[in-house]
Each structure stands twice: as structure tokens, then as C-alpha cells.
Design a protein around this ligand. Structure first.
Ligand SMILES: Nc1ncnc2c1ncn2[C@@H]1O[C@H](COP(=O)(O)OP(=O)(O)O)[C@@H](O)[C@H]1O
Ligand SMILES: [Mg+2]
Length: 257
């Protein structure tokens, strides 16, 4: 399945937030979106997922979803958004409550999602009994339970410490590559974008416009290797130079309000 997002313009009342931002993501591809705070990244993701309707523009889903797909597009949020009074398994089952499924199918999907995220033995735990990283895995399992075609991730790791982030990033990658899902990954962390993405869409400060699309040609297995580090560092420099001015003027604007 391919998701195509074409935003000609999006505004909240008088405030124009996005202008001429188009992107497409195909099965097995990860597109990262980076840009300064407030440039419209979350808005773009909301439009991609159909939560927001663009003031001008459109969103298309092309191709057929897998037979067991209940929801082609699914979000993973930064704050996990778990229900604290529900067990891990019942949090993961939550999105299924909007679908007519028999109990056996429901149980099968939950068990499968828990297994794929390494949570099988935590099914009965409550969120507060888990570390931040494990909680985020519950967020991922809950997204997977509908067997989505495209994952929409809004800074999914930014509430976590560096070490947990590193581990979960590897988990994400394995999962995305294994399942050949598509993903749009919003982050302000260059290292995450460089590690995960096939393509990085760099947005300007608000109103967010595409400043550049950076392709990362390095195949995934090579990115971990020493040889790739110089090339990745160079790409990182380039990304930084693209948003440095934007970020610092955005910073000044916020400071002067
Ligand atoms: N529902 C809303 N109503 C009005 N303004 C909004 C709303 N959501 C976001 N904004 C504003 O739109 C701009 C872009 O927000 P957002 O998409 O969250 O940016 P980012 O995720 O890149 O930080 C910000 O200036 C924000 O304050
Ligand atoms: Mg945001």
C-alpha cells in the first residue's frame, strides 16, 4: 500500500502552518520528517492519518491492504497514551473494540501483537509496573493489533532516555523491515532520522515548506557498520546546516513573544 499526502496549504484559522508539502511512502519504506518546533510536523501527520482535513490538498491510499488489516493507518504517540487501569493485554486489545471480531480472533491478534513486541510474559501487568521503554512497546503492540499498512509515528521515542531509545529504535527497524510496513516518522532527532529513514523530508520553520528531501542510499544492514559512519556524519552535518538557521530564528521568535 502507498500513502500519498499532498498538502497545498493548511491553516488553523488565520495561522498558516503548512504550504506545499507533499510526500509519499510505499510499503517497506520509512520517511522521516524533521523540522523546527512548531513548523507543522504533527499537523502533517494528523492530515496523513485523516484526523485533520487539509485546508487545501488531499490524501490518497493506493493499492490493497492485507486481508487481515483492520485499519490501514495507525498512530504511535510520544506519550504512549496507555490506559493506566488496564492490563497490557487489555490496552493492546483496545483498538479492536471498534471492530466486530469474535473472541478467538481478538485473543489471537492480541497474543500475536504481544509476541511480536516481546511482551508476551507481561500480558497481565499494569502500565505503571513497566519501564518507559516497555510502555512504549505496549504502544507499538497496540498499533500492530490492527495489522496496519502504514505506521504514523510522532516523536515516538523522545520521552525516553538515550539507552532505551537506542534499543527501541533497533526494535522499530526490525519490525518495520520484517513486516514491510510503511512508516512516516516525525522526529527532531537527526540520529534517529539517519538511522531509520530511507528518505528525510526537511521542513522549514512555520509555515512548514519542504526545504529539501534527503535520500539515504545506504542499505539498512550497512548503517550499523563503521564504514558508513563517515557518510552518515556528513549527512547529519547537511541536515543541521539545513535547519540551523530555521531553528535559531524560530527560537528567537518564541523568546521574543
Ligand atoms: N489545533 C490547533 N489550533 C490552533 N493552532 C494549532 C493547533 N495545533 C497546532 N497549532 C499550531 O500550529 C503550529 C504547528 O503545530 P504542530 O503541527 O504541532 O508543529 P510541530 O509538531 O512541528 O511542533 C504551531 O504554531 C501550533 O501552535
Ligand atoms: Mg509535534
Amino acid at each position: 500500500m502507498e500513502l500519498i499526502v499532498e498538502v497545498k496549504r493548511h491553516a488553523y484559522e488565520q495561522l498558516t502552518v503548512l504550504e506545499d508539502v507533499s510526500l509519499a511512502v510505499r510499503a517497506g519504506e520509512i520517511v522521516a520528517v524533521i523540522g523546527p518546533s512548531g513548523c507543522g510536523k504533527s499537523t502533517l501527520l494528523g492530515i496523513a492519518g485523516g484526523i485533520l482535513k487539509p485546508s487545501e490538498g488531499r490524501v490518497l491510499l493506493a493499492g490493497a491492504a492485507a486481508a487481515d488489516c483492520l485499519n490501514p493507518l495507525t498512530y504511535i504517540f510520544q506519550d504512549f497514551a496507555l490506559l493506566p487501569w488496564r492490563s497490557v493485554a487489555r490496552n493492546v486489545a483496545f483498538p479492536l473494540e471498534h471492530h466486530r471480531l469474535d473472541a478467538a480472533e481478538r485473543a489471537r491478534r492480541v497474543a500475536d501483537a504481544l509476541q511480536r513486541t516481546g511482551l508476551a510474559e507481561f500480558a497481565d501487568a499494569l502500565p505503571k509496573q513497566l519501564s518507559g521503554g516497555m510502555r512504549q512497546r505496549v504502544g507499538i503492540a497496540r498499533a500492530l493489533v490492527v495489522r496496519p499498512a502504514v505506521l504514523l509515528m510522532d516523536e515516538p521515542l523522545s520521552a525516553l532516555d538515550a539507552q532505551t531509545r537506542e534499543l527501541l529504535m533497533e526494535d522499530f527497524l526490525d519490525l518495520l523491515l520484517r513486516e514491510r510496513m510503511a512508516a512516516i516518522y516525525v522526529t527532531h532527532n537527526f540520529a534517529e532520522a539517519l538511522r531509520l529513514a530511507d528518505r528525510i523530508v526537511v521542513l522549514s520553520r512555520r509555515p512548514g515548506r519542504i526545504k529539501e528531501v534527503v535520500d539515504i542510499a545506504l542499505p539498512q544492514p550497512e548503517r550499523r557498520g563503521k564504514a558508513a559512519q563517515a557518510e552518515l556524519a556528513e549527512l547529519g552535518e547537511r541536515l543541521w546546516s539545513l535547519i540551523r538557521d530555521e531553528a535559531s530564528s524560530a527560537e528567537r521568535e518564541v523568546a521574543s513573544v
